[in-house]
Design a protein. Structure first.
Length: 144
C-alpha cells in the first residue's frame, strides 16, 4: 500500500497483480465517483511508474509488507528477470542498511541487491544459478 497527493486528493494504492494496482481516493467508497479503480503500473528499480487518468506518474513508494516496511514479511524483490550470481548472506544473519545481500545478472549487467534497513535474514528464496522473474521475492528480512 502507498499514498500520494494529486490535485489535493489523497490516494492509496494496493497491489492487485504484477502490473496493476488498486487506487482508492480518500473519502470515496468503492464504485463511487473517485472510488476504487484499477491502474496499470510498472516497477523500475525503486520507483513505480503509474498510469492514472491518461497521465503517467513516477512514484517512490514504501510498500507495506515490502522491503522498507519491516515486519516478518518484509522482502526484497527482483527488479527485472535475471540469474542469481552470488548470495552474500545466510539465513539468520544480521545485516545493516546498505549491506550487499546478493548479486544478480540481468540485461548483461550485474545488479547488487542491498539491505534497505537493519534486520535479520529470514529466508533466501533463490540460490546461485537460479533464474528469477521481475517482482519475485529474493530475500525476506525481519526487524532486529
Amino acid at each position: 500500500d502507498g499514498g500520494l497527493s494529486i490535485e489535493d486528493a489523497n490516494l492509496h494504492f494496493e497491489r492487485a497483480g504484477n502490473d496493476t494496482l488498486w487506487l482508492t481516493r480518500d473519502g470515496a467508497s468503492d464504485g463511487g465517483e473517485g472510488g476504487k479503480q484499477l491502474v496499470h503500473a510498472a516497477k523500475v528499480r525503486d520507483s513505480w511508474w503509474i498510469h492514472i487518468d491518461g497521465r503517467c506518474w513516477k512514484l517512490d513508494l514504501v510498500e507495506a509488507g515490502g522491503a522498507g516496511a519491516g515486519g516478518a514479511d518484509a522482502g526484497l524483490s527482483a527488479p527485472m528477470p535475471g540469474t542469481i550470481l552470488e548470495v552474500l548472506v545466510s539465513q539468520g544473519e544480521e545485516v545493516v542498511t546498505g549491506q550487499a545481500l546478493l548479486v544478480m545478472e540481468a540485461m548483461k549487467m550485474e545488479h547488487r541487491i542491498t539491505a534497505p534497513k537493519d534486520g535479520i535474514i529470514e529466508t533466501i528464496h533463490f540460490q546461485v544459478g537460479e533464474r528469477c522473474q521481475r517482482g519475485d521475492a529474493l530475500i525476506t528480512m525481519t526487524d532486529e
